[in-house]
Design a protein around this ligand. Structure first.
Ligand SMILES: Cc1ncc(COP(=O)(O)O)c(C=O)c1O
Length: 415
């Protein structure tokens, strides 16, 4: 199928996700995608196939074992291509939190007394705590603070903070509360001038389109595969020029076998193998909407990303507008998505009800959402929001429909 003026075929998209036919899920409008997304049939099938015919120790010569190893390698290779990395720059671990902790442990080796580390107070704690702990190794921690009203990070503040002593900069690509997309490309070019290592947290960005890590210029970039339509794993992109100089944290005989040197132990085999289902799903999406076969994979990903972004923008903007118009609600972050400067991750609080109460009203109307600080408690504190009660967060991905948005707005009117 090809479109002249291509719009996302939402019926096609939803037909790829068995959850929408499931007796429990089908009664709900699901708006908690930033917590974890549904998975397409391709991922489920890959997981199932692996568990049935290749659930053995991989990389031996017998057929089942050989196939198991091949499937695992294939998934790593595909993800390397998707984000424009090399195969040996992809580390698949249990989660983003775990990946960043093992990375910070390895990066202790570059820290000397008085070196500086920049963290933000906009990030999820997964990209703050591991770096703040480097003070135990003599690092001075500098905080790049958000604007207390807008919740945004100002690049000029970063330029004032960074110095020749800065060794590490850790910043989110997109905030899981404010929704703003930070200009990692610019942050990277500034960091490079000072020879600082840049660690980008892409957890809230990647579900809306896999980035090109080389174009971003990041040294390390993490995202959670369970939020990008896969199983509960985390991917860490690791620039090989840096990883190869870091200490081996794995078995002694694996010395030099980076990036496996970073993470003690291996990945979950069946879940790793199932990741190629995400690639298959993306290609199904591409083939359904476009008919140019000759372009590169990254170009295809770019077209899919645009398709998804336009749909997400169409869904998110009416919600942003509704919340903005209500005097009793406080929207966090920009009130409109313009040109991918904001993710469709929408947080708000009520001026006269707790976030827990608001969330209960939404849930009683079959809107799947929740209130929390979503582990970005420093961000909430800076915004003057009770970090126990937190915000109500509506998080959209491309499989959400306008019908669900209408149901959500109807439910929001009951607050
Ligand atoms: C922006 C952001 N970064 C990091 C994380 C941590 O990811 P994980 O659960 O894979 O450790 C999350 C989880 O919600 C997140 O939203």
């Amino acid at each position: 199928m090809s479109f002249s003026n291509t719009k996302l075929d939402i019926d096609f998209v939803r037909s790829q996700f068995p959850a929408f036919k499931d007796p429990i899920c089908k009664n709900w409008s699901f708006f908690e995608n930033a917590g974890g997304s549904y998975v397409p049939q391709e991922v489920i099938s890959k997981l199932n196939e692996f568990m049935i015919s290749t659930k053995v120790q991989p990389y031996a010569e017998y057929a089942m074992s050989k196939k198991a190893g091949d499937e695992m390698d294939k998934a790593t290779e595909l993800f390397a291509k998707i984000i424009n990395a090399k195969n040996n720059e992809i580390l698949i671990g249990d989660s983003t939190s775990a990946n960043l902790y093992v990375l910070s442990n390895a990066l202790k080796s570059i820290i000397s007394q008085g070196d500086e580390v920049i963290v933000t107070n906009q990030d999820h704690e997964a990209n703050i705590s591991p770096w703040r702990r480097l003070k135990e190794n003599g690092a001075i921690i500098k905080e790049w603070k958000i604007n207390k009203i807008s919740g945004e990070l100002d690049i000029e503040d970063f330029e004032r903070l960074i110095s020749k002593k800065t060794k590490i900069v850790a910043v989110t690509h997109c905030s899981n509360i404010v929704g703003s997309v930070n200009n990692l490309k610019k942050i990277s070019s500034i960091s490079k001038k000072y020879n600082a290592i840049l660690i980008g947290d892409g957890v809230s960005y990647a579900p809306h389109g896999f980035p090109d890590v080389k174009e971003l210029g990041v040294d390390f970039y993490s995202f959670s595969l369970y939020k990008t339509y896969g199983p509960h794993l985390g991917l860490l992109y690791c620039n090989e020029n840096i990883t190869k100089s870091l200490p081996n944290q794995n078995h002694e005989f694996l010395e030099g076998d980076y990036p496996y040197t970073l993470n003690p132990g291996g990945s979950n085999h069946e879940e790793l193998a199932s990741l190629s289902g995400i690639y298959d799903y993306l290609m199904n999406l591409y083939d359904h909407h476009f008919n140019d076969e000759k372009i590169s994979l990254r170009e295809k990903i770019g077209k899919i990303n645009n398709l998804i972004s336009l749909h997400e923008k169409d869904l998110a903007n009416p919600i942003l507008e509704f919340i903005t118009q209500r005097n009793d609600l406080r929207l966090i972050g920009k009130n409109k998505i313009i040109d991918k400067d904001r993710a469709p991750t929408i947080s708000f609080i009520s001026k006269n009800k707790s976030s827990k109460e608001v969330s209960k009203i939404l849930v009683s109307n079959n809107i799947a959402t929740r209130n929390d600080n979503f582990y970005a408690w420093r961000c909430l504190k800076a915004l003057g929001i009770d970090d126990e009660d937190g915000v109500v967060r509506i998080s959209i991905v491309h499989y959400n429909s306008m019908d669900e948005v209408n149901k959500l707005i109807k439910a929001l009117k009951k607050i």
